[in-house]
Design a binder for this molecule. Structure first.
Ligand code: ZN
Length: 143
């Protein structure tokens, strides 16, 4: 796989796992734990993707904290056309923005139900999908 100057895969369809700020996030996903950066100054969750400073107060000190994995769908869309070969056998599929209980909003997929069943405000919980080189956090409806 070819990579750019920050270590990001240039082949589409894979996450940028090698950015310095993002490595702990992907390592935790590999262990099926959802984590986020929490600001040491204002105590707010940074949000996603992981970054070098707090988007709320610009402080550069933070700690990684475990999240509950609970959240609600903020926005969603169903894809009925594959825009990349990676997704050819997955259509139709859902892409959602999930607001996490502790703060932060994550781009993800809602799984475990049909794309048209995903509704804004729906309570969801994290599940992890393992691939050979990485693990993706996805969400399913809370039953
Ligand atoms: Zn802050």
């Amino acid at each position: 796989m070819s990579k750019d100057e920050r270590g990001r895969p240039t082949r589409r369809g894979e996450p940028y796992m090698d950015e310095p700020e993002a490595k702990p996030f992907w390592a935790a996903c590999r262990e099926h734990k959802l984590t986020a950066q929490r600001c040491s100054s204002c105590k707010k969750i940074f949000g996603f993707p992981p970054q070098a400073f707090c988007p709320h107060c610009l402080a550069t000190e933070y700690e990684w904290v475990a999240l509950s994995g609970k959240g609600t769908v903020y926005s969603q869309i169903a894809y009925h056309r594959s825009w990349h070969p990676t997704y050819q056998d997955k259509i139709p599929y859902n892409v959602s923005l999930v607001d996490l209980q502790e703060g932060g909003r994550l781009v993800t997929n809602i799984v475990g139900c049909a794309p048209e069943e995903v509704k804004i405000g729906m309570p969801v919980e994290v599940v992890f999908e393992d691939f050979p080189d990485y693990t993706l956090p996805k969400f399913r409806p809370v039953k």
